[in-house]
Design a protein around this ligand. Structure first.
Ligand SMILES: *Cc1c(COP(=O)(O)O)cnc(C)c1O
Length: 369
């Protein structure tokens, strides 16, 4: 076996994401916590849930955090609790993961796509249709959208890719009525399964989401609203509580990796690198470059053992699921171009200098060849 291993320090393969490196040092402590949850039979609303909610709210500089079962639940229940009217139009960026559209539709609203800006790939507030009351900006790839441009609207931010990001001194949950986070395993803060949270400083909104996540109960068997089973699992809360103290350090490592790419890939081929908006510290959930033929570059990199991703090859408004909204190709040119040209390079805490160099050299070789 050993004979087949590459010499130390030489990156033979570079995974798109390697969670094992992140979990190595934490695994023993997490297992002990899970053991304690099992012994206590505290599988729902156990003490780890409240402890995590308090710690995550504090890390966001917000008063409340309501743990839920997924990022989609956080967005959906947040919109419901914000008083969305049936059929109400809700502005969403045309460049996003499908869940943003799903949340609006499942909360009873109608997703109204708005094209994104070329500089930060976030919703372009200048293109908001008249009369829109509710907006779900998406902090895409970990770059915070400029929520100041949405002042006066009801803003429920999709912060599912932006744990720990900052822009002009404010965080992912600032300037919004509420912000929804996903703790899907691959996110900057990930559970060992599905989990999510809504963060807000509005106590009444938080109380409504607490009821909605658990059969609409405000007290046991007192059903104030019609709700769901959408709680944050105690086992996942225990995992998240162990991981949260490392989030800032992990994001710093992502920023360092992004800086390496920015330097090494500047001016290479036709690449458009993600712009770091002045005054912003993105969470670098993804490092997305644009190129004319991303599939060809992906195939070339795969030959060299490098994993990549496409986020996202089809924008939601052109997906079969949203064909009924009636948006045609060409309606949102910046978002559609991003979909055609995007390629996500490996970025995660623990990616090595050698791996980053191998990726950068391989990308350059593709354009030289
Ligand atoms: C991951 C993600 C979601 C949904 O999160 P889940 O936990 O998978 O439900 C929503 N929006 C964006 C932008 C995401 O990246």
């Amino acid at each position: 076996m050993g004979a087949l291993q590459p010499p130390q320090g030489i990156a033979a393969t570079v995974p798109f994401l390697d969670l094992a490196r992140q979990h190595e040092a934490l695994k023993a402590a997490v297992l002990a916590d899970l053991d304690a949850v099992i012994d206590a039979n505290a599988f729902t609303n156990g003490p780890h849930v409240a402890a995590f909610e308090e710690a995550f709210a504090a890390s966001c500089g917000a008063r409340e955090c309501v743990g839920v079962a997924s990022g989609l639940d956080a967005l959906r229940l947040g919109l419901l609790a914000a008083g969305l009217e049936p059929g109400e139009p809700v502005a969403v960026p045309a460049a996003t993961f499908a869940a943003t559209f799903e949340a609006v539709a499942q909360a009873g609203g109608t997703p109204v796509p708005v094209d994104v800006r070329v500089d930060d790939y976030c919703l372009d507030a200048a293109q908001l249709p008249d009369g829109i009351r509710v907006v779900v900006p998406v902090h895409l790839y970990g770059q915070l959208a400029d929520v100041r441009a949405l002042a006066g609207r009801v803003v429920v931010a999709d912060a599912c890719q932006a744990h720990g990001a900052r822009r002009d001194g404010v965080g992912a949950a600032d300037g919004a009525l509420a912000a929804a986070f996903s703790f899907y395993p691959g996110k900057n803060l990930g559970a060992f399964g599905d989990a999510g949270a809504l963060v807000t400083s509005d106590g009444e909104l938080a109380a409504r989401v607490r009821a909605l996540r658990e059969h609409g109960q405000t007290a046991k068997y007192h059903h104030e609203l019609e709700g769901w089973t959408a709680r944050l699992d105690t086992l996942q809360a225990a995992v998240l509580l162990r991981k949260l103290p490392h989030l800032d350090e992990w994001n710093d490592r992502r920023r360092a990796a992004a800086a390496v790419y920015a330097e090494a890939l500047a001016g290479v081929g036709d690449l458009r690198l993600p712009a770091a908006v002045p005054g912003s510290e993105p969470a670098w959930h993804l490092y997305v470059v644009r190129t004319a033929d991303p599939d060809a570059l992906a195939a070339f990199l795969r030959e060299r053992g490098i994993g990549t991703g496409r986020h996202y090859p089809v924008p939601p408004h052109l997906s079969p699921a949203y064909a009924h909204l009636g948006h045609r190709e060409g309606a949102f040119p910046v978002a559609e171009r991003l979909s055609r040209e995007c390629l996500s390079l490996p970025i995660f805490p623990g990616i090595t200098e050698a791996e980053l160099a191998h990726v950068a050299e391989s990308v350059a070789a593709y354009f030289d060849g």
